[in-house]
Ligand binder design. Structure first.
Ligand SMILES: *Cc1c(COP(=O)(O)O)cnc(C)c1O
Length: 423
């Protein structure tokens, strides 16, 4: 049996209807932007393996840091103890996070980072005997698949089976160009009710929705509105963090700062599952009391895993190098050139660029569903051509690892252009 056949025997894959899914390529090696399957077929990983892998596969610097940590102290519980890599990472984060972020809470993945932010928001008001029990989120948002994160997510077919078991979340329109006023007015109405604990958003770019973008100016206004009405703001930077938008964090484009931030995905350069939720001192102080019950009773077994922290520290150090910063600019410039060329194509509806993120919407007769026929046809075409891209509905996006070569990126562009001819 091949690995692909054995996989079919044993595995249940994420977001997969197995009734209609065939054998999946079994990847056996990765190097830089490239992956190889068991038959030796080569793929360019043009979405950095779901946005986690900006420094390339099998990165030696991160691997060395992990090896060193594994052979010094692989893990120690964070309940009742601390560890050195966690402290070094916290110090590093304090240098790069907005100055109002003072406390670091560790967990394991993007969804848990969001759960932590939501639970802290709700308990903050509970501790103060204030009844603020609801959350505000954007339409088409994606914040993860656990219950709180899922409740905040607006991609309906991900969550419809669970309606009725979810936290109360009210959704407002995404403030995309032309919709700023509608969105701001909806937010204003919500925050004035004093029923909401927090407003959660993916800053500037909604990844899973298909790289839907909006401006820093409108987000500044939204955060200001929330602050004026004592509603906490949660910037879910799980996708946008660590250079994707051209700055370290998307909120670095803003004048205002959010109260909480969620980080994961590229945090450890795609090596070890880890996540962080960061807080202001004010929120942290809301849990201080002689009464033990006011503490935040949330934790995960692998909290602040030293190996994960060492990997994150190595990743951030890589991100800060001139070489990596130049790579981000280089990819951004190549995207701009490609956009000039492709936007006049008769099948292209719109294009969007932010940092290393490039998105293109294909003109279609009908509204395309998330995992619809067009999407599946495109996906298969890309895989056949050795490119890993996961279109969303009629949107094709590229979010390459920063170390992708010009030649590899040109190949991705060429295949995207060819794809426009087959649809
Ligand atoms: C991927 C993602 C999550 C969920 O992260 P997981 O690690 O898959 O749980 C949350 N928020 C955003 C913005 C994401 O892109």
């Amino acid at each position: 049996m091949t690995l692909s056949e054995k996989d079919q025997l044993y595995h249940w894959h994420p977001y997969t209807q197995h009734q209609t899914t065939g054998l999946l390529p079994a990847i056996v090696k990765g190097d830089g932007a490239l992956l190889w399957d068991e038959n030796g077929k080569e793929y360019i990983d043009a979405i950095a393996s779901w946005w986690v892998n900006p420094f390339g596969h099998s990165n030696q610097v991160i691997a060395d840091a992990i090896f060193k940590q594994l052979t010094t102290l692989e893990h120690v519980l964070f309940g009742g103890f601390t560890n050195k890599p966690a402290i070094l990472l916290a110090e590093k984060l304090m240098e790069i996070l907005p100055s109002n972020q003072k406390k670091i809470f560790y967990s394991d993945n993007g969804s848990t980072a969001v759960e932590v932010a939501i639970k802290a928001s709700l308990q903050y008001f509970y501790n103060k005997n204030q009844k603020r029990t609801k959350i505000i989120a954007l339409e088409d948002a994606f914040h993860g698949d656990t219950f709180g994160a899922m409740a905040s997510s607006g991609i309906t077919f991900f969550t419809e089976a669970f309606q009725g078991s979810l936290l109360e979340v009210v959704r407002i329109p995404v403030p995309t160009s032309g919709n700023e006023t509608t969105s701001l007015q909806a937010l204003e109405k919500m925050v004035q009710t004093n029923e909401f604990a927090a407003f959660i958003f993916e800053p500037l770019c909604q990844g899973a929705a298909g790289m839907v973008m909006y401006s820093p100016e409108v987000l500044d206004k939204m955060i200001t509105l929330c602050k004026a009405n004592s509603v906490f703001t949660i910037a879910d930077e799980v996708m946008t963090g660590f250079g994707k938008t051209g700055k370290t964090f998307a909120i670095d484009y803003l004048e205002t700062n959010p109260d909480m931030m969620c980080l994961s995905k590229a945090l450890t350069g795609g090596t070890i599952p880890m996540a962080i939720t960061t807080f202001t001192q004010e929120i942290f102080n809301g849990f201080l009391d002689e009464d033990v019950n006011k503490a935040f009773f949330h934790g995960h077994t692998f909290t602040a895993n030293p190996t994960g922290c060492a990997a994150a520290l190595a990743s951030i150090t890589l991100l800060e190098t001139d070489e990596m910063q130049k790579n981000i600019e280089r990819i951004h410039d190549l995207h701009l050139d490609f956009e000039q060329k492709i936007k006049i194509h008769s099948r292209v509806k719109t294009t969007r660029i932010l940092g290393v993120i490039f998105a293109l919407e294909i003109k279609t007769e009908n509204q395309e569903s998330y995992y619809g026929t067009l999407r599946n046809k495109l996906y298969q075409f890309f895989i056949e051509n050795g490119i890993v891209l996961r279109p969303v509905g009629n949107t094709v996006y590229i979010l390459p690892p920063y170390i992708i070569t010009n030649q590899q990126l040109e190949k991705v562009y060429n295949v995207v252009e060819k794809a426009l001819e087959i649809v």
